[in-house]
Design a binder for this molecule. Sequence first.
Ligand code: KG4
Ligand code: ZN
Length: 348
Amino acid sequence: MIVVGIETTCDETSIAVLKFHEKKRELSGLPYAEELSLVVLTQDFHSIYGGVVPELASRSHLESISRVFRLALEKAGVELKDIDLVAVANEPGLPGSLIVGVSFAKGLAQSLSKKIIAVNHVEAHIISPLIEHDIPFPFASLVVSGGHTSLYLVESIGKYKLVLKTRDDSVGEVFDKVAKFFRFGYPGGPVIDSLSGGAEQLFSFPNVDSEDFSFSGIKTFSVRVPEHWFGPFPLPEFFASFQKKLIDEILFKSFDALKKFGNGSLNIKHFALTGGVAKNSYLRQVVKNLELENKIEFIFPSQRYCTDNGTMIAFLGGLRHIIFGETSPLDFDIRPTGYLKAKGGIDE
Ligand code: KG4
Ligand code: ZN
């Protein structure tokens, strides 16, 4: 089965072609999926505004989506007639951006008389580690991006339990807002990450008094520190400490919450991390110690699957179609603030 996946929820115009095979994987029991092509057009121009400008994002999707689609087909060596299913992210996301992707997907499906399936973008992130890794259920999946910071227990495809979420900002948002304050441009995470490389973590941050993830206090503290500083500000040391604080906060809270979920013991053997912040170097380094201490395996998708991409949309759409026989009627709508609950099986 050949599935086209369309992703335009924010500032990436991405289309992928995925081929599902009959053969099943050993641990998860899911069918093998082969990526025939993935095209991602990142709208870099938002950096000069210090964040994504919704109107410009939707206009840019509109200008480039046809070319991105043609390129994805060409790279895959697939013709229009070969497509079996069109999968598109219709929730959550920026309204104008979602409309472009969904309209394109509907036009494609209708003109070719193909089946269409609308999927949830966050659900696609949650299961994206399964694209490349065969992970036995249940496993923990932590989505850490510019829009989300949530930890889920994945019991099967379509069955997720929300373990922990943020009560204020997402972790990526804090990287971006603090970077904006220091005039580093957007997105801030990669700049802070490379600036911190090898620097000593000299600054200490106040404790966060919350069982949920909470990052707004760290953000406020971070922008106040330079105000009270005399002399040249040690940027690398400050950001090494800032990054450590955010990542420790994510990891230790996740472990505590998972232990509570397992009535005091960590029943989970696999912990997957995804979303843009999962690319962070300190995070990737620190999990090595946690792996040994807790006898748990951390799983990271490749960098291209950590950020928004059409492959995860095609993957989720294809799996939902194969497992549940699911398709969507052509009159489905966009849901900018859509929750996973709407798809059933989610405990939020
Ligand atoms: O998943 P993503 O590409 O887009 C969505 O938000 O959906 O995530 C983008 C976020 C931004 O906040 C960006 O600053 C952050 O991921 N990010 C990083 C790194 N690379 C990207 N944060 C920390 N360290 C990084 N290396
Ligand atoms: Zn995303």
